[in-house]
Design a protein around this ligand. Structure first.
Ligand code: BES
Ligand code: MN
Ligand code: ZN
Length: 496
């Protein structure tokens, strides 16, 4: 649900009621020009009374005096102007959006005294507003307890000297926001509504943006020998799908960059069934696939100059008379055999086949997979960083940098032969769990057995894709983690 705010840019505006948002740096003067929405003196008086010091994301919120053109005024603090980084513009936009309340018209006066505001900053501010305004309320039939109207539209005008360029920069930013919101919507969607077939249909919709989309069904996957993925799917009455999305925005001969997502639309654990408490959260076990489709949406919508492939492994993990058992041995597309120890370690089985397929068919420049793969990564890193595992230091460093830039943060964890040994099996080439210790790492070692020497990174997003704490730009259950991160990775390193 992304359509609450309608954002435009202008060099000036004539305010008639509504909310005026002003910005102020700690080391700058108070806001001066606000097109008559409010006088500098009135702002200074309110700031004095409230002891507002413009610390980063501090807010001064007051009703405008009678003679002002605006009804309400919000001043957002930026902290010291020399400390400002790109992400602060997202945060400031998100903070402003959180203060809209019942206003249906908002004028944002972006050019704070002493602060150089670029077109990119303005676009990021607008993106922050949109991300913060997101609500997943399509299944609520009544008004919220705060009485807010469900489908209320808010018109936002962002006033800045850089308006013309900001508008252009915003077109790109909007593509990325739409991708992140697509990912959030899919993760928030209940599992009865979103099965593998429905998810695949969502992927198919990317054709409208010029992407090529193929959907492989069970028969196709059986022909390819994807016994690991199919073993997970066989306990569900809803059949699996593999979605293959291609965006060809780069040079014809350039190797594609590839992204592979775990799309377990619901994870009961299968025969190794999970405890009841909190199991509803496992509707979000397709957060990796949601990030990949969101990223592909972003790249296609902003016509990124890159060849990219997105692959989604879509299955449901259910207990059933036909479900796979602990002790089963399955043969993956790679030919390697896997002893199932725990049917709840299903994500790696899906990804093993999806990664192998991706590598064989596309010979990509690199592969990055995203997966809500282990509870163990939550134990290790909590909700602030996703786990990063990689066989390539350059790819890893580029990812870490993009993580800091977007504040979708990563922390690198090790891979090593000593860990790999832990998934050797008595009866098959490997087993699908490695025991109690180092659970996030042994899961990553499993995946590495399906990537050969291709540069590869695995992001374990179990702690960051859902149920993560609120930030200035996200208050919803599903964060959309990974879309902004990977868009930035591509933009900074692999375009053109
Ligand atoms: N989908 C879960 C991991 C998960 C846990 C995601 C919590 C989000 C929040 C995954 O399929 C799983 O069940 N992993 C097991 C692996 C174990 C059986 C080796 C786990 O982490 O307990
Ligand atoms: Mn599981
Ligand atoms: Zn799972």
């Amino acid at each position: 649900m992304s359509d609450k705010l309608e954002v435009g840019f202008a060099r000036s505006v004539s305010v008639k009621g509504g909310l005026a948002v002003l910005l102020q740096a700690k080391d700058g003067d108070g806001p001066s020009s606000a097109d008559g929405a409010i006088t500098a003196g009135a702002v200074a008086r309110a700031a004095g009374i409230a002891e507002f010091k413009a610390k980063s994301m501090g807010v001064l919120d007051f009703i405008a005096p009678e003679d002002a053109a605006a009804d309400r005024v919000v001043v957002v603090g930026l902290g010291a102007s020399s400390d400002l980084v790109a992400y602060d513009w997202f945060r400031a936009g998100g903070t402003a959006a959180s203060k809209i309340g019942s206003s249906s018209a908002v004028a944002v006066f972006l050019d704070a005294p002493g602060v150089e505001v670029s077109a990119a900053n303005a676009a990021d501010f607008a993106a922050g507003m949109l991300l913060r305004a997101y609500k997943f309320d399509k299944y609520k039939t009544k008004r919220d307890k705060d009485g807010e109207e469900k489908d209320k539209k808010v018109k936002v005008t962002i006033v800045t000297a850089a308006a013309a360029d900001a508008k252009k920069a915003f077109a790109d930013a909007q593509a990325v926001v739409a991708g992140a919101i697509l990912a959030r919507d899919l993760v928030n969607e209940p599992p009865n509504v979103l099965g593998p077939v429905e998810f695949a249909a969502k992927a198919k919709e990317l054709e409208k943006l010029g992407a090529e989309v193929e959907i492989l069904d069970e028969k196709d996957m059986r022909k390819l020998g994807m016994g690991a993925l199919l073993g997970v799917a066989q306990g569900s009455s809803r059949p699996p799908r593999l979605a293959v999305i291609q965006w060809k925005g780069g040079k014809a001969k350039a190797k594609p960059v590839a992204f592979v997502g775990k799309g377990v639309v619901f994870d009961t654990g299968g025969i190794s069934i999970k405890p009841a408490g909190g199991m509803e959260d496992m509707k979000g076990d397709m957060g990796g696939a949601a990030a990949v489709i969101g990223l592909m949406h972003a790249l296609a919508a902003r016509k990124a100059k890159v060849n990219a492939v997105g692959i989604l492994g879509l299955v449901e993990n259910m207990p059933d008379g036909n479900a796979q058992r602990p002790g089963d041995i399955v043969t993956s597309m790679s030919g390697q055999t896997i002893e199932i120890i725990n049917t709840d370690a299903e994500g790696r089985l899906v990804l093993g086949d999806a990664l192998w397929y991706c590598n064989e068919r596309f010979n990509p420049a690199f592969m990055i997979n995203l997966a809500t793969l282990t509870g163990a990564v939550l134990v290790a890193l909590g909700t602030q960083h996703a786990g990063l595992f990689s066989n390539d230091d350059t790819l890893s460093d580029n990812l870490l940098k993009a993580g800091l830039h977007t504040q979708e943060k990563l922390w690198r964890l090790p891979l090593a032969p000593e860990y790999d040994k832990l998934i050797d099996s008595k009866f098959a080439d490997m087993k699908n769990t490695g025991g109690r210790n180092a659970g996030a790492i042994t899961a990553a070692q499993f995946l590495q057995r399906f990537v050969k020497d291709t540069p590869w990174a695995h992001l374990d997003v179990a702690g960051t894709a859902m149920a993560s704490p609120a930030t200035e730009i996200s208050t919803t259950w599903a964060s959309g983690f990974g879309v902004r991160l990977l868009d930035e990775l591509v933009r900074a390193n692999y375009e053109g």
